[in-house]
Design a binder for this molecule. Structure first.
Ligand code: AMP
Length: 114
């Protein structure tokens, strides 16, 4: 998609701090981190949200979750615990409409979130 921020990161038209990459996923640091570890994991292909992704490509949502765990292990937060969040829709706070898993860790994470 030409007008999508995260598609531009995949295409390397916009810089990002990439921490993990597979054939079908990319993980990079959030520019406005909410925790010591705050990484976004995306499929390289464009899907608007988690529901569309799960419906459209069997197995790709699995790849995103596996990449999220790989990032947590790599960042050293897997053992203590980390959170994976898919904001879905405007009322949930989704601002970029290319599905992304927020991987958050490195501090106590409150529940329920705000
Ligand atoms: P959401 O609000 O769930 O759609 O999350 C979008 C996230 O993308 C926010 O946490 C932003 O801080 C993050 N973000 C926006 N632009 C960039 C960028 N150029 N590189 C990395 N993260 C970004």
């Amino acid at each position: 998609m030409t007008d999508c921020l995260f598609c531009k990161i995949v295409a390397k038209e916009i810089p990002a701090t990439v921490v993990h990459e597979t054939a079908r996923t990319l993980a990079f640091r959030d520019v406005n981190p909410q925790a010591p570890t705050h990484v976004l994991v995306i499929p390289k292909g464009h899907y608007e949200n988690a529901a569309v992704l799960a419906e459209a490509d069997d197995g790709l949502a699995d790849d995103v979750l596996k990449a999220a765990d790989a990032v947590a292990v790599q960042e050293g937060v897997a053992e203590a615990g980390y959170r994976v969040v898919f904001n879905t829709g405007p009322q949930a706070g989704q601002t970029v409409f290319h599905v992304h898993a927020h991987v958050l860790g490195g501090r106590d994470l409150h529940w329920p979130p705000g």
